[in-house]
Design a protein around this ligand. Structure first.
Ligand SMILES: Cc1ncc(COP(=O)(O)O)c(C=O)c1O
Length: 373
């Protein structure tokens, strides 16, 4: 039996009880509200965790990269949505191969990319489903909701594409500093999709899928009558940013990095053997910085992860501490999705025992073979 504390450091740990609870509860939320669940794979990039999500009711998966999609299809998953437009012909060719083996739904927010896809799908005589991406306030991808039908009219001319519905992502929720602000973003998300649906229906388009998602807004979006599918990602792990917004308490965070204290040369400073190559330098992807430091040391409220070099991190002491060189600490990352992308595998632990290896098998470059030169 391998005990957690006997692991070399740094090690990436996932608490299996928490992971299972997080996955189960999102499945239950969707089921209770009659929504489909299409979790975003970019958080974990792991076919093992995707399988767990499937067992908890996920109907399909949202992918951020073609690497993720190729891994899922190779593992036998059959229902995929692409979060972002694919516009390079080399990449469209990969999506086309996938569309021969699985049900693939692509997304567009403009005519140019759609035309390129249409041409390439025509060469294989494929008709591929798509969603129109709606900007619900993040101002990244997406058409304005009231313009959805204008784009749909243009895309209707493309005979190898089939409109299925609309999608959005309220990523600006990561600028929220409390649940009231999360609520406001969820209201924008719901409103934008409602407006887009209305203009499309008015022009005679069928809107079968209304998909949206973010972990913080999921419980609110689940209650909307228009939305048909939720696409959250981060909820499998949660992290310090979710805690800072009030989405979950610390007990729900399943991903941690185990590190060893390697130096203590100043009274108010310890150094651990995990740095930005374990945590990333994320303090919040899209908005204001809410987290104090670069992670949270479990069981040590007197420590702040004050700074990160690549391989080591600074732990600032703000109160009495029993910490000494050689001790191990477990640190919850600020942004779990970035952290999980730093390793080939996570070690699944139950209580203090290491139970299984969970491969992060769909990272860019870890799944896809290099090009033939
Ligand atoms: C398009 C899209 N949908 C869904 C998600 C999932 O959001 P979250 O990780 O907050 O659950 C993301 C995250 O980047 C996204 O880009």
């Amino acid at each position: 039996m391998l005990m957690k504390n006997a692991l070399p450091t740094p090690s990436f740990l996932v608490d299996l009880d928490k992971l299972e609870q997080n996955i189960r509860e999102m499945g239950e939320l969707c089921k209770a509200n009659g929504k489909e669940l299409w979790p975003m794979v970019k958080t974990h990039k792991s076919s093992q965790i995707a399988k767990m999500q499937g067992q908890a009711g996920a109907q399909g998966y949202l992918v951020g990269t073609i690497d993720e999609a190729e891994m899922l299809v190779e593992q036998g998953f059959k229902e995929l949505m692409f979060a972002y437009p694919v516009t390079a012909s080399e990449n469209i060719a990969r999506v086309r191969e996938l569309a021969k083996k699985a049900h693939v739904i692509v997304s567009f927010d403009g005519v140019e990319g759609a035309k390129l896809c249409n041409e390439m799908f025509a060469l294989a005589d494929l008709k591929v489903d798509y969603l129109i991406t709606i900007d619900c306030g993040l101002h990244r991808l997406g058409v304005q909701p009231e313009k959805a039908a204008v784009l749909a009219q243009e895309l209707k001319k493309l005979s190898h594409l089939q409109l299925k519905g609309i999608a959005s992502h309220p990523g600006h929720v990561y600028g929220a500093s409390n649940l009231d602000e999360v609520k406001k973003v969820a209201a924008e998300e719901i409103k934008a999709l409602g407006v887009a649906k209305e203009v499309l229906v008015k022009e005679g388009f069928a809107v079968e899928i209304i998909a949206t998602g973010s972990t913080p807004t999921a419980p609110l979006a689940a209650q909307d009558k228009n939305i048909t599918a939720l696409r959250p990602g981060n909820y499998v792990f949660y992290d310090v940013l979710q805690m800072a917004m009030g989405v979950v308490p610390e007990e729900r965070c399943s991903l941690t990095v185990l590190a060893t204290v390697i130096s203590h040369t100043r009274e108010d400073l310890y150094i651990m053997d995990a740095g930005s190559k374990c945590f990333g330098l994320d303090k919040g992807a899209h908005g204001i910085s809410l987290a104090q430091g670069f992670g949270m040391v479990k069981g040590h409220p007197e420590l702040i992860v004050e700074g990160l070099s690549e391989e080591v991190g600074k732990l600032k002491v703000t109160g009495p501490t029993s910490l000494k060189v050689g001790d191990k600490v477990e640190v919850i990352p600020n942004h779990a999705c970035s952290s999980a992308n730093m390793t080939n595998y996570l070690l699944g632990c139950r209580n203090d025992v290491v139970e299984e290896v969970i491969y992060v098998d769909a990272r860019g470059g870890s799944y896809r073979k290099p090009p033939v030169l």
